[in-house]
Design a protein around this ligand. Structure first.
Ligand SMILES: NC(=O)c1ccc[n+]([C@@H]2O[C@H](COP(=O)([O-])OP(=O)(O)OC[C@H]3O[C@@H](n4cnc5c(N)ncnc54)[C@H](O)[C@@H]3O)[C@@H](O)[C@H]2O)c1
Ligand SMILES: O=C(O)C(=O)C[C@@H](O)[C@H](O)[C@H](O)COP(=O)(O)O
Ligand SMILES: [Zn+2]
Length: 356
């Protein structure tokens, strides 16, 4: 097992990554402070893993809420179902939500935890690669609106992250590959040596080699934990974690949530951001090609599906990073170096959005 902390003073919390952790209730029960526990999961994950979690909940007053699966359900309406379940359980301020699932469940259950009685504890129990390396860490919680991704949300840190890597055995191939996109992101934005390492370990990661995968998850969590500890509320450096996301979120919204997986949209978004950086003379074009090659080697898409560039641009205009009506994007200086660019010309963006 690998353990590391997200260092946030009194709110510091552990990330545990290892095989069999869901069944090891002693590991995660210490994160539960009160008597009431609501387990939030979905109808794909619950049949696989809920029993293991329930077995560890002996003396707690607990209930389960099993939601329909899918990004299309990461909505305000679904959060209302979590609030209703908390009310039915009689959950007070010392209640804890256990979020058992991928990033959709983590974001949604975390958002409900941030809102219920103005904030209760929650524990992230990620079961996808993407959730283990990214969404379970850092306290960004929220839901989508038809107008855009994650437009309603709160920063609310979990009490612990329990990543049981045995759950990855049942993760479908396409979802696994989508998780690799966020792993590549860490190398692309801030760690050229890690990027090189990923290039050398494509086969091992493809094969889900246990040791190589554990190293990739640990490295990703270390990156994210470091950034979050230094800039919890995205006043600066944390925005770099959004590399590829302004494009990616616009594509997810434009194509209807769930058509493109988040990781796939981010893969395409990173390629577009890298190409835009090269067009603007900020990054070597060969680095942009190298990034696209690595993503393609992981079986990820690198070109946008048909979508109206005007609509994409208007969706990008509602991105949370924009200030003063200006498009503020995460661009690139090349492998291992991303940067915040405060005022990117719409015409330059149109250039990379235009169908090839
Ligand atoms: N909060 C953050 O910092 C952050 C970071 C990255 C992504 N996100 C969000 O995370 C979401 C994407 O998360 P995701 O990629 O985990 O998608 P997801 O939660 O939809 O899970 C992917 C699919 O895998 C299934 N699944 C989950 N675990 C499984 C398992 N062990 N075995 C079999 N099937 C399993 C799910 O039911 C779902 O069908 C997006 O909404 C994205 O915006 C948030
Ligand atoms: O943790 C962060 O900060 C990130 O940006 C991580 C992203 O991978 C993630 O998709 C996040 O949900 C995007 O946040 P948003 O602020 O753009 O909605
Ligand atoms: Zn992301």
């Amino acid at each position: 097992m690998i353990s590391l902390d997200v260092a946030l003073g009194e709110r510091t919390y552990p990330i545990h990554v290892g095989a069999g952790l869901l069944a090891d209730a002693n590991r995660w029960r210490t994160a539960i402070r009160g008597r009431h526990v609501l387990v939030v999961s979905n109808d794909t994950v619950a049949p696989l893993y809920l029993a293991q979690v329930e077995a560890g909940l002996g003396e707690y007053r607990h209930a389960n809420l099993v939601l329909p699966d899918g990004e299309a359900h990461k909505t305000l309406a679904t959060s209302a179902r979590v609030f209703e379940a908390l009310a039915a359980l009689g959950a007070n301020r010392d209640a804890t939500i256990l979020a058992l699932g991928g990033g959709v469940i983590g974001d949604l259950a975390g958002f409900a935890a941030a809102c219920w009685m103005r904030g209760i504890d929650f524990v992230q129990m990620p079961t996808t690669l993407l959730a283990m390396v990214d969404s379970s860490v850092g306290g960004k919680t929220g839901v989508n609106l038809p107008a855009g991704k994650n437009l309603v949300g709160a920063f609310h840190q979990p009490r612990a992250v329990i990543a049981d890597t045995t759950t990855l055995a049942t993760l479908p191939e396409r979802e696994y590959r989508a998780g690799l996109a966020e792993v590549v992101k860490y190398g692309a934005i801030g760690d050229a040596a890690f990027f090189d390492w990923l290039e050398r370990h494509v086969d091992g990661l493809d094969a889900r080699d246990e040791a190589i995968l554990a190293e990739a998850i640990a490295a990703s969590c270390r990156h994210k934990a470091g950034v979050v500890a230094r800039d919890e509320h995205e006043q600066g450096e944390r925005a770099l974690l959004n590399f590829g996301h302004t494009f990616g979120h616009a594509l997810e919204t434009a194509t209807g949530y769930g058509t493109l997986l988040h990781g796939e949209a981010v893969a395409i978004g990173m390629v577009l951001a890298a190409r835009l950086s090269a067009d603007l003379g900020r990054a070597p074009r060969e680095d942009a090609r190298r990034l696209a090659r690595l993503l393609a080697a992981f079986g990820l898409p690198t070109a946008a599906p048909p979508a109206d560039p005007g609509r994409l641009l208007s969706l990008m205009q509602l991105d949370k990073k924009n200030l003063g009506g200006r498009l503020r994007l995460i661009l690139w200086r090349g492998i291992g170096a991303a940067e915040i660019v405060p005022d990117v010309e719409a015409d330059a963006i149109r250039g990379v959005l235009a169908p090839a």
